[in-house]
Design a protein around this ligand. Structure first.
Ligand SMILES: NC(=O)c1ccc[n+]([C@@H]2O[C@H](COP(=O)([O-])OP(=O)(O)OC[C@H]3O[C@@H](n4cnc5c(N)ncnc54)[C@H](OP(=O)(O)O)[C@@H]3O)[C@@H](O)[C@H]2O)c1
Length: 318
């Protein structure tokens, strides 16, 4: 089968299309024909070993799991002898977790992995772009316990996580203010933002508005600018915090402030929740460019620029 190997840490050119043996499913596994995957900020972080600590977890000189790709949408083409939840012919979508391997035509994956049936209203490319941003935003938004009527500020609202956060916060009943560049204002309105702030034109630090929840998704706003916009007792979500922000967050927590940081938890329950949101018309994919598997280096170059609108899809097989 065709797959993309990450041959070293570095620029997108380290990604090479190769032929490797098709996997054989174990007794508890599904063999999935992958129709689509996506290039997420997480894939780019692994490819670049950014932060450096990536090497401690994923391999010192190159990723131990040479086929990257953390999300997929595809069809079950074979099932192991003990599989009971899915059958051949099911269309499913989800996350491959730390196993990666979605930049390939086939993937063997446990039936208990973070996956569920694909919403019928979405094609495979749209579906593949959902799990990364939506599960990240859902985890933080649930932990923030957003209540109907609360005012929520989403900073970096036009990214994969931000565009999911806008939609989920809306469906939890919040009044949502989205911060992005002016070019994405209409997109924000289309996915339900009540207000949009163009960070290129308006200086957020001099705005007087206060929010119950500030969700900083892209690690571009300083800690003090984030807290400046929080109501007393409000919750700050630092979804992409680096070491410095984590330190500030730790100190703020010791002082009794509500600050959420750290890695999110993926789950089948989250996937089912998001699928239901899509089926109910409360959540839609936000798709920017679509590339093919042999164009994956170009897709990574585009994501590296840091200004994608929502998600970048990869069509693996029509
Ligand atoms: N905590 C966790 O477990 C977890 C899980 C997943 C992801 N993450 C992290 O979350 C972060 C966001 O991920 P993502 O996939 O959403 O990223 P992304 O899609 O690559 O973000 C792109 C967006 O960032 C916006 N942006 C760029 N510079 C900005 C600025 N100065 N101010 C405001 N917005 C700006 C761009 O909007 P404009 O073009 O309008 O500027 C663009 O739409 C990543 O750092 C990722 O590592 C954390």
């Amino acid at each position: 089968m065709k797959a993309v190997h990450c041959t070293a840490y570095g620029s997108p050119e380290v990604l090479k299309l190769v032929e490797i043996p098709k996997p054989l499913p174990q007794s508890h596994e599904l063999l999935v024909r992958i129709h689509a995957t996506a290039v997420n900020s997480g894939d780019v972080r692994i490819r670049k070993a950014d932060p450096w600590a990536v090497r401690l977890f994923f391999g010192f000189s190159k990723p131990r799991k040479s086929v990257l790709g953390g999300v997929f949408s595809g069809e079950v083409v074979e099932v192991g002898s003990e599989v009971s939840k899915f059958k051949v012919g099911d269309s499913i979508f989800g996350s491959t977790g730390m196993g990666f391997g979605a930049y390939a035509e086939f993937k063997a994956i446990p039936e208990t992995a973070t996956l569920t049936l694909k919403p019928e209203s979405l094609n495979h490319v749209e579906a593949a772009t959902i799990p990364f941003g939506a599960m990240t935003a859902l985890d933080f938004i649930r932990k923030a316990k957003i209540q109907p009527g609360q005012k929520v500020l989403i900073y970096g609202a036009s990214g994969a996580v931000g565009s999911a956060a806008v939609q989920l916060a809306k469906s939890f009943g919040a009044e949502v203010t989205a911060v992005c560049s002016g070019a994405n204002a209409l997109l924000m309105q289309r996915i339900g933002a009540d207000k949009v702030i163009n960070y290129l034109k308006e200086d957020l630090s001099i705005a007087n508005e206060k929010y119950d929840v500030v969700y900083e998704t892209v690690n571009k706003l300083s800690f003090s600018d984030c807290t400046k916009h929080l109501k007393k007792g409000g919750t700050l979500i630092l979804g992409a915090s680096g070491f410095g922000q984590m330190l500030r967050a730790g100190l703020a927590k010791m002082a009794g402030r509500k600050v959420l940081t750290g890695l999110i938890k993926e789950s089948v329950e989250s996937m089912n929740f998001i699928k239901n949101q899509i089926d109910d018309g409360k959540f839609q994919p936000v798709l920017d460019q679509v590339f093919t598997l042999d164009q994956i280096a170009e897709a990574h170059k585009y994501v590296d620029l840091g200004h994608k609108k929502g998600n970048v899809g990869i069509l693996v097989a029509p």
